[in-house]
Design a protein around this ligand. Structure first.
Ligand code: FAD
Length: 479
């Protein structure tokens, strides 16, 4: 192994990390929940070099863990502890290759950060609408590998719907050029859609053709107090019927979430005179101007107050206010993390069943685990909730840590069983990784698992691409 590693080191001078201290930042995930080992961390700067590294791994039967910004929340980018793994960091594949404002497409390499993609689109007078709180660090390759969602899926779709073509390196180290900027292409199995959402288990994404949209002329946000999730759902319907495609985000959060943000972020303030058990943050994008957007949102809020779907609302009048309202939503995740241990669920439900789920699940959690705090927020317009828990306020000390951690498995099972019973999914946008891998397998039919296993075996016959992620190890094909 050492001789083979020396050979790779020579070929990739300066782009292969083997010292423990150099490798360390790549071996632990963003939440510091998982840590692994790797023979090396490779940092290639071209698709051809990615292919060469993967070929070397295939030849020496070393597993490959693709890694972008390492902001994933399911442990998908962290190697296992076998020591037979190489981390393939894509962050040096950071070029914008082409922009076509007539085709409305942007071709970028996998390691370009989401924020850089948004900036490149904006410089060309276009919008790339994928947006999430980790956008300064996460990469477009990671977004596609996870089929990321974020806050504007309601209007523009998730990462899959924003990608027209891909370039990828197969498990054998061949380069597949599927960088087609076509909106229609019915020429057989859709390999692009197979790689998207496969979490690095089928191959390595090296570049993508992304779909651009017109830049809106104005955006206005409203922070709305609502009595309960059922009222929030009625408000969603009202907003959709009045605003149509102008409604670009519709987020729900409980008062517990906002209280956590106020506790942990100095500048955070509730923009309303009185507290409410639930709030909605909605955003309108307008192609006329700010006054037109404000008039539309004011009309909606008047109707909502009249119908008692809302009790109060604050509207953004400046960019600073718009950003401050959004910060209340985007800072929830970090504020919950600052509070101590968390138990997280990223669930999707039919929108019509969300209010019932929140009511029955909340009662069940309180009955079985009294005092533990529910921290519920999410992209209501997409039917996606982050249904999280934090320890009870009087059980935050280190002495309670193990007891809270022991609740993770039974609470996961309880929540996921109810999600499936409500016709939902246990992973909406964060992927399975190792965190939800076994829970997902528990709920999939034998047929579905067998089909997934067959795809894996066909594309990665030696089980070297990100093993142990997405599918349980015994569902993978190995030599
Ligand atoms: P990584 O974490 O590096 O990798 C994620 C997975 O993709 C791993 O399985 C990895 O092996 C694989 N992978 C990475 N790059 C490639 C590649 N080039 N080819 C093949 N496989 C690859 N996610 C959402 O969807 N919506 C949100 O609203 C959201 N909010 C977040 C907020 C915060 C504060 C944080 C920390 C995370 C959030 N996430 C969210 C999760 C995360 O940011 C996304 O999943 C993101 O898409 C991961 O990108 P990354 O480059 O960091 O990928």
């Amino acid at each position: 192994m050492q001789a083979a590693l020396d050979e790779l080191r020579q070929a990739f001078a300066g782009r292969l990390l083997v010292d423990e201290a150099d490798k360390a930042p790549f071996l632990t995930d963003w939440r510091r929940k998982w840590t692994g080992q790797a023979v090396a961390v490779a940092q290639p700067d071209s698709a051809a070099d990615v292919a060469a590294v993967v070929r070397w791994c295939a030849q020496h039967r070393i597993a490959v863990v693709p890694q972008g910004g390492n902001t994933g929340l399911s442990g998908g980018a962290t190697p296992d502890t076998s020591g037979r793994t190489l981390v393939l960091s894509l962050t040096r594949l950071n070029k914008v290759r082409a922009i076509d404002t007539i085709n409305n497409t942007l071709t970028v390499e996998a390691g370009v950060t989401l924020q850089q993609v948004q900036d490149a689109a904006r410089e060309a007078g276009r919008l790339f609408p994928l947006s999430l709180a980790a956008e300064g660090t996460c990469t477009i390759g990671g977004n596609l590998a996870n089929n990321a969602g974020g806050v504007q899926v309601l209007r523009y779709g998730n990462a899959r719907e924003l990608c027209l073509g891909l370039e990828a390196v197969t498990a054998q180290g061949e380069l597949w050029d599927g960088l087609r900027g076509l909106r229609k292409d019915n020429t057989g199995y859709d390999l692009r859609d197979l790689f998207i959402g496969s979490e690095g288990t089928l191959g390595v994404i090296t570049a993508a053709v992304l779909k651009l949209h017109p830049l809106p002329a104005a955006q206005v946000a409203a922070f709305v107090a609502v009595p309960d999730p059922a009222a929030a759902l009625q408000l969603l319907q009202l907003a959709q019927s009045r605003l149509g495609a102008g409604l670009t985000a519709f987020e729900l959060m409980s008062d517990t979430c906002i209280a956590l943000v106020e506790k942990h972020v100095d500048s955070a303030r509730l923009p309303l005179a009185e507290r409410s058990p639930w709030y909605v943050l909605l955003e309108v994008s307008d192609n006329v101007d700010e006054a037109h957007a404000s008039a539309a949102i004011e009309g909606l809020l008047e109707a909502a107050l009249e119908q008692e779907l809302a009790t109060d609302a604050a509207l953004s009048a400046t960019l600073a206010q718009f950003q401050a309202l959004w910060a209340l939503r985007e800072d929830i995740s970090e504020s919950q993390g600052a509070e101590g241990r968390t138990i997280k669920h990223d669930i999707a439900l039919p929108i019509s069943r969300i209010a019932d789920f929140i009511a029955t699940m909340g009662a069940e959690i309180e009955r079985r685990w009294p005092g533990e705090r529910l921290v519920v927020f999410g992209h209501l317009g997409d039917g996606n909730l982050h249904y999280n828990l934090s320890p009870a306020a009087d059980r935050l000390g280190a002495e309670h840590r193990a007891a809270f951690e022991a609740l993770e498995k039974p609470i996961n099972q309880c929540v996921h069983d109810a999600v499936v019973a409500h016709g939902g999914s246990i992973s909406a946008e964060h992927g399975l990784g190792v965190l939800r891998r076994d829970e997902s397998a528990r709920h999939k039919s034998a047929v579905e698992l067998r089909l997934m296993q067959a795809v894996k075996a066909a594309l990665d016959p030696h089980g070297l691409m990100n093993p142990g992620k997405l599918l349980p190890p015994n569902q993978e094909h190995s030599e």
